[in-house]
Structures are given as C-alpha cells and as structure tokens.
Design a protein around this ligand. Sequence first.
Ligand code: DGJ
Length: 731
Amino acid sequence: MAIEVIGDRVFQLETANTCYQIQADRHNIVSHLWYGPKTGGQVMDYLQDYPDVGFAGSIADAGNDRTYSLDTRLQEYPCTGTGDYRISAAALDDSRGLDLRYEGYEILEGRPALEGLPHIRADHPGLQTLVLHLADRVTQVTCDLFYVVDEEHDAIIRSARFENQSDTPVRLDRAASLALDVHHGEPVDLITFTGRHNKERQHTRRRLEQGVVSAASTRGTSSHQQNPALILTGPDTTETSGWAVGAMLVYSGSFQAQAELDQLGQVRLVMGINPEGFSWKLAPQESFQTPEAVLIRSDAGLETLSLRFHQLIRDRLIPPRFRNRPRPVLINTWEAAYFNFDRKTILDIASQAADMDIDLLVLDDGWFGSRNSDNAGLGDWEVNEEKLEGSLQSLIEKVNAAGLDFGIWIEPEMVNEDSDLYRAHPDWVLKAPGRGPVRGRNQLVLDMTNPQVVDHLFQVFSGLLADNHITYVKWDMNRSLADRHSDHLPEDRQPEVHHRYMLGVYGLLNRLTDAFPDVLFEGCSGGGGRFDAGMMYYTPQIWCSDDTDPHERTFIQYGTSFFYPPDTMGSHVSASPNHQTGRRTTLETRAAAAMPGTFGYELDPGTLDNLEREEIRSLNRLYRELQPLIFHGRYYRLTRPEQGLALWEIADEDRILVQGLVYDTEPNALRRRIRLRGLDPEAVYEDRDQGRYTGQSLMTGGLLLPATSGSDAPVMVVLHRVKDAPADQPD
Ligand code: DGJ
C-alpha cells in the first residue's frame, strides 16, 4: 500500500524509494514529519523537538506551552495570521487570517479528476490519493489537501482545493499548490533555472541564507526569465550523490516559488500561482482548485532526480498517443525566409527538403491576413491567397506531392491592432480601463477569460485543421501579459484575470487537441517562454529557445534537462553564421547540439552546397536510428558546461550515445577521458572502430573522447552492446 495510516493521526506515503510522513497533531495542525528515504517503519515525530524560541507566538490552544509555536514547526500547509511569520501557502482577504485545522481524511484509489487544468494523468493503475480535510472554524472556509502518490515514479503530486461554506463571499489572496518544510540539520542549496529571451533556463545554484529567495513570473506565462521548477539539495550534492528534492509546477501562467531559510535553519518551500495580482472571489458554496505540483526526491544525486522526472513526464504527462510515436524531422520556414516568401519560396524549400530526406515542412508566421511583418494581421486567420498564390490546401497538396507532410504556425492568443479582428472586437483584448494598452511586439493579448473569444478561436482553428491536410501545429505566444483587466468580467473578478486567462488557453488547447488527436502540437512562446509541465500535457514538444546557436544551446538544454526529457525539447540545426549570435560553426557541430531533442532545420536549403546536402541526408539517417534511444533512453549530464565542454550520455539496454561540444581544443593535450554512467557493469560495448569495453571500464576508467579540433568541436560516439562477447583482452 502506498498510503498507510499509522494510529489514526500519522499518514505515511511510500513510493519506490521515498517516504513522506504527515501528522495531524494534538492541536489538529497538519504537521510535516519527514520526506526522505524509507524509515523502516519508524514514525519520525521524535525529531520534532522545539525549545521556547523568543518572539515566536503560540496558538491559543497551546495555552502556556511556549514551545508550541507555528513559527517554528514543520507544517504541510501554513497559513497567515497564525503566529507563523514565515512565507505562507494560503491567505484570505483583509486581516481575518486563516487557521486551517485537520478534520479527517480519505484515501482514494486512483486520483480525482482535475477538470480544466493539466495534471499527471490517471490513465494507469497504481495511483492512490490521500485527501486531508481541513477547515477554518471562523471563516468556514474548507481546504482539501491532495497527495496523489505515484509509487512507481517516486512522485508525490500535491494540490489544494478551497471551498467557501459560509454564507458570505470571501477572497482567496494566496493559494499555493504545495508547501514543503525541510530540515536536514545542514546548509541547503537552491537550484533554479533563470534567463531571458534567447537565453532560457540557465542553471543557477546558490546556498540559502536566512531570508527568502524567490523564482517567480508575473508575466502571465511561466516565462523565459524563471522556470516553474526548482531543486533543494544538500550542500555537497552532486550528479551522483546526495539528496535532492525537485518541485515542478504543472502550470504555465504567473507563478511564484519561494524558499525561506528560517531562524532555526529550517527551509520552507512554497510554490503555486503567483499571489501578486491574484485574488479569487469565493461566493458561498464556490470552490477553487489550485494547479498541481510534483515533488520527487532522490538520495542518489541530481541525475536520479532528473531520470525520475523524465520518466514521469514521458509516462504520465505528455499526451499518451505520442508516447511511442516517432516524431518528424522538420524544416521550419522562419529562419529560412521570415515574412518574405511566396508560393515558390515554400515549394523550393519543400522540394529541397524532400531531397534531403526531411519529413515535414512547417509554414511559420506570415501566411494569413495582412501579416507581412509583425505589425499587422495577427488575429485574421484567413489564408493570404494572394501571397500563397492559391489556397492553402493547394499548397499543401504540392508539398505533400514533393514528399513532405505539412505543418503550420499559429498564435491564437494574440491580435494586432491593425487587424480586422481587433477592428470588429476592440473589447476582446485585455486592457486596463482609462489607460493605453501595454504593447509587446506591437500586439495585444486576447481576452481568453471570455468564452466568446475562445469559441471564436476554436471555430477558426478547427476550420483550418478540418479543411486542410495539416499534421503538425506550432502554437506560439509572443509577448508577456501586462494589463489585468477584462471587459468580460465584473469588477470584483478582475484580480482573477491572469489565472482565468490560463484556464481559457488550456480549454482551447484541450478542445483542439481532442478534436484533432493525430495532429502533433508543438508549444512555443518566443522560443522557451512557456516551457513547462502545464504545456507538455497538451504539446509533447516545445520549441526550446529562439536561440539556435549550438554553443548557447548546450547551456540552455543543460538547464532544461534537469526536469524535462530530451524528447520534449524542440531543437533544430540553423544557418551559419547563426542569426542570433553571428557565430560560425560546422554542420556537424550544429547537429550534435540539436540531436538530443526533436530535431529539424531552421535554414534556407538554397544556401547549402551539395556536400552539405549529403551531410544532412546522413544526419537525418543517423537521427532516425537514434530517435528511439533519445526518446526513451536514460539521459546523463556528463559535464557542466562551465567546465569548458558540454557532454551528455543517453543509454538504453542496447546502445549508448555520447554527444556534445568541446568548446576549445587545447594543443598537445591528452585525449579526454569521460566516465560514463548508468551502465550494466557486466555488459560489453563496441564502438565504430570495434574497440570493446565493459560497462564497468567505461564507468570507472572512462571513454577516451575522439581528438577534437577548433572551437565548439562536436563529439558524437555511439556504442552498441555486444551480446555474449568478451571485452578486448591483451594479446
Ligand atoms: C517566435 C518563435 O519562437 C519563432 O520560432 C517564430 O515562430 C516567430 N515567433 C514567428 O513570429
């Protein structure tokens, strides 16, 4: 049993390798006892030993017991106004405070539905859910805490559901998906993934000092700047040893994740919708469900943590129909032509791509309305037949006849002011009353809180997909939200706009992906501005970054790999010199950086010579051979890019791929040895030159990297497992 009740007040959640214990204490506070390795049946309440700490308030029920303070205790869902001065998970309006106490529990087989929000899927056996019922006696607000236990994946999936059982409305000003109190008696590091447009998810590790550190977005998207996934670790944790707890929010809107090191050296993590600009009205009998957040713990270092998240995302998050389906090698028109194309441009790209053995052509921005630059036409999704010199379907037929499938770019959530849609419905955008709209890329944000807008978009895009033979859609989103006002919502619901916006986006994604189950949707937000587990529920791959420079990409993909597996990362070979950085690199370098992902091209094939075309054909053959390994194998970060080389390993039962870039080649140096990981020590592997090595030798002595030359030199070594064969023996 994954969930066990010990006595009637201790709840133990066990996964394959971890144990989580909760106790409803003598004051009915839901306290946190333990999240760590299994305890051999020990209830870990003996660690709860608190002194009288000055200036720590005690709840009324504790009477004169000055050692009982919520300011010091480990709790499951701390609230404001209870004498706990640390960051809190939930708060109600004004100064009423929220004092949630335990009332009872339920254990459910499977998991309850989470309507309207992306979630860890229930379509497999083995899940169990603990629901703890909490209530505040004074405000009559109840809160159910959900703990979905996925034993196999070592995951505990948290969320909370509030209900107003009083007869007056209340406002929920803060409603986190999870709070986790951690105390290991040693310093704690926090790893976050930070950056900007064209430089997303840079790995950032720091030691926590007393106070609060936050990773947050107020942009209405999860953002390029911070990712809604972070890791707490011990100070000495490495890839292969030490403890690490990862928390990943299954949400794509404004979020806040805070970590506080308190006065006693305990750490509190709180994660959920960003409370800034959020306040939800709960009328009598109304309820509010938070997004969910996944907790996974490893006691064998960061690589094990990542492997567990990767497996969970592959098995339980991306749409099931894409789990075992090969994905196309594609060519995208954006960096090939930007807005400047006509029918001939597209057909030229298609025929050359077909000749290079590419599977699918994506017609990016600029095919509709008056969209010849990013200043006009967004929102007018009628095909520009003048520019395409005929109907879209007639173009698709030609592309198909050349031997390629056809994909298309859309940006449903946005509108240019210079568009027929905006002229007809100026009230369909988010805009603060009395102020000019905040523009981004010269576009405004459609009011996705308004069902009329969502219905209109569903009609438009379901028509597009029904009338045309489209097998792939790139769903883009190219600005941050700013105005927090919807003409559709009453005044007292305005602080709900950004979350309702996300619910509208999810609703549209749900309807379209349900109506067109065979269409592959790729997420995108100016590259990786919405690269998160929420979007992955609908879009199994997401364009990782608009920065296609292979050197830069190794940093971006390194950071991305801590939570998200390579099969979710859209990565393409682009032109040299690179359009974002001007760096010149070889095709092989660009391919080495793009291969641990969904692979494709982002260049004008007309600029390639015959040798390069031949090289692309063989790269595509190689990628197709490797795709099953890349999509299902175990991914190991062999180096940190700051070490001067970015190398990764992907291994399954039969093969090992060692790949990456050596940023600078040193003269007169020994060949580098790289120790591989996660192999069967007994197995024997063979490389292209028929050198044979035991798994043990590759993990202890290491693999000798091929000699490199120049900057950003590619490394690409494939080793095959040899059945029943000995390793090289001395002559
Ligand atoms: C941003 C995307 O990330 C690019 O790949 C491209 O699709 C442009 N938008 C088009 O406007």
